[in-house]
Design a protein around this ligand. Sequence first.
Ligand code: PBG
Ligand code: ZN
Length: 349
Amino acid sequence: MEKSLSAQGGAVKFPPMSSNLSGQFPSYRPRRLRRSPALRRLVQETRLSVDQLVLPLFVRFGNKVRQPISSMPGVFQLSLDELVKEAERAYKLGVPAVLLFGIPEKKDTKASGAYAANGIVQKAVRLLKKNFPEMLVVTDVCLCEYMSHGHCGIVHEKHGQVLNDPTLKLLARTATSHAEAGADIIAPSDMMDGRVRAIREALDKDAFSDIPIMSYAAKFSSGYYGPFREAAESTPQFGDRRSYQMNAANSAEAMREVALDIQEGADIVMVKPALAYLDIIYRVKNEFGYPTAAYAVSAEYSMIKAAAANGWIDEKAVTMESLLAMRRAGADILITYSAMQVAEWLREE
Ligand code: PBG
Ligand code: ZN
């Protein structure tokens, strides 16, 4: 059987590059199928649908707080009451899922707030599931927002390294606490080795064997996370994340990361960032065929917003074109801060 090149069936059947075009296909004129909106619609290869969208949301302590994030116009830190309002808007627009990040009141060196039964995310999950039982609540599982030093794992007191195995226990605890609160999908973003297995085993042991894991499988160390760190107040206080997040130069290694996560029990694999890593998305979808998510990260959003605010680009055109590129590359799921806006644009079409 011929191996299809992409999820969207992008295999080029003909004309073969070597053939004499005018001889073999004397009347092939591509513009024929571009003549009218209806024709273009009929032959369109990839599409955007609201069904593919996941909206990240930042939930924080407090009441009646809707704190703008200066580097991400239109994105806010929301207290629980405001979170419900925002989620309701998304729900009414048909966005099927939200992805929660928490900003706790206190941080420490054990990330206690990450796995507290009454932590901010745990409360948010319970509230959202009560109000919108059909909406999927995905929880980001990481420790950086809850650590005083801002790293994604436990830091050795003397050497300052991020310790892998001791971190796994806390990640597993965090994941089960999210599942206990009612989370629909668990999304580990820390990049420790073996975290998917640790989380899968912990969930299974606690009778959450039916809760899927969406792993940030190929997560690169990236300058594109800058605005997010303002939003989540999770900038590392020293050093950087290069000892656990991937080197932007590596593609074969990304395949090994994805293979490992799948072996360890991931149900959905994610590539992050998205637009600068379309080749990775393409390879992941084709080599593994798993449900594949693309995370259009904070700076992808901010750059479009900034250029649009200056009148330099058309926000809708560039946003939709970028998301289509991710679909073309093979992404099934699109995580984007523009999800609500995109849902509105799709309704207008
Ligand atoms: C950290 C985490 C990051 C993002 C989500 N979770 C990146 C980081 O700080 O290294 C980035 C999301 C974005 O930029 O939109 N676990
Ligand atoms: Zn983290």
